[in-house]
Write a protein that binds this ligand. Sequence first.
Ligand code: MG
Length: 158
Amino acid sequence: MRIGIGYDSHRLIEGRQLILGGITIPFEKGLLGHSDGDALCHAITDALIGALGKGDIGRHFPDTDAKWKDASSLIMLKQIVDDTAKEGFEIAWIDTVVIAERPRLAGHFEAIKLAIAETGIPYDVINIKAKTNEKMGFEGRGEGISAHAVCLLMRRNS
Ligand code: MG
């Protein structure tokens, strides 16, 4: 068994679409990033990379690489999901927490799970949670959104 932990945060700015967990969510601001700024996908990706013992997301997808400019973070996540299979692991569980004062995300969890499942992570091993930060800190002031993820990988019987 292997466990992994991932964390990410991005700044909310005007003039960007809000993309979180691989879906576009109606909101007046979006997450700033070299890619699409999808903090939830980045946290999950980093958790998987950690469980594989392969460093961090910046090593695999450098923000100096034009290839990842405005790229869908689902593509990055899929690449790491493929790596877990190549390394002989199956993804047994992923749990996540998104911290966002606004917008309310609970109504989007099913769509997020379906989008993430397109990367090859089984739909029924993904759990999404969302919290406000009780108006404290950068999330609470609406300056940004953060996400935490943990994963459990099991070595496949071969
Ligand atoms: Mg990020």
